[in-house]
Design a protein. Sequence first.
Length: 322
Amino acid sequence: MELEVVGLDPAQLKTPPTDDFGFGNKFANRMFSQKYSPDKGWHDAKIGPYENFSLPPATAVFHYAQEIFEGTKAYRRADGKINLFRPWENMKRFNNSARRMSMPQVDEEDHLNAIIKLIELEHDWVPAAAGASLYIRPTMIGTEPALGVHASSAYLHFVIVGPVGAYFKEGFNPVSVYISDTYRRAVRGGVGDAKTGGNYAASLFVSEQAKQKGYSQVLWLDAVQGRFVEEVGAMNICFVYEGKKIVTPPLTGSILPGITRKSVITLGRDLGYEVAEEPVDVQEMLADIERGKVTEVFGCGTAAVIAPVGKFGFRDKEYLIN
């Protein structure tokens, strides 16, 4: 990949914040982008200013939601060096999502090298504060300006970055989770295991209901029986039984294969826990909380990292953990 780096006027550069990072509302001065067409493949790769796009009203992504994205992070170590967290896993998942959404795949090495170059240019935006990191958001959208349900013939792939703190308003304190008994996030054979915007848009209605009830997130059940736990809106979910066993629902095609989830499974086994990927019956799990058998529950994902769960709400009843 030939990567053009566009020079920026130093007088126009924003200064990185040193605190009060929020989440997802502050962005660095530069971004990466490249275009795709059937005759050229991926081309016009560049790192230039963070700026708006101009797209026709008929652009495919506006009408048929042909879009995917990723999320990964860069961390500043105590010695000042910068580390990425398992970025190859994100590159693979990005391409898996592209395949499922009938979009062109990107060269994983080129994709990662572009991200590394972008971070090198924006290294001052990687925060040193505890609990903070540089969030990296690769995205691909269909850009063909034509109506009619078909895969777009043109695409835009871009990466934006910005400093973030805690994902939830609770910070790193336990969050409350509402269990939806009516609506479902995804079904097997659908796109639940792809990181595409439609999955998240479909969750917003119930998420707003949960917030009105005082909950931070929604725990989704399977779409066939409405019985088995799948995942939380922004993360996978894990249960600790009697401080010894970690259980997380298996990847059945309707759950996003989380990279933090995969890391938890590996680390849990290395630390001596019994770790099982097995179905979690919601009624049995809640009964085990009441009996004290479930001693911890936590969500895991790139945005939230590890988020302890303090209580569940289900059918007008609350279940407190510990």
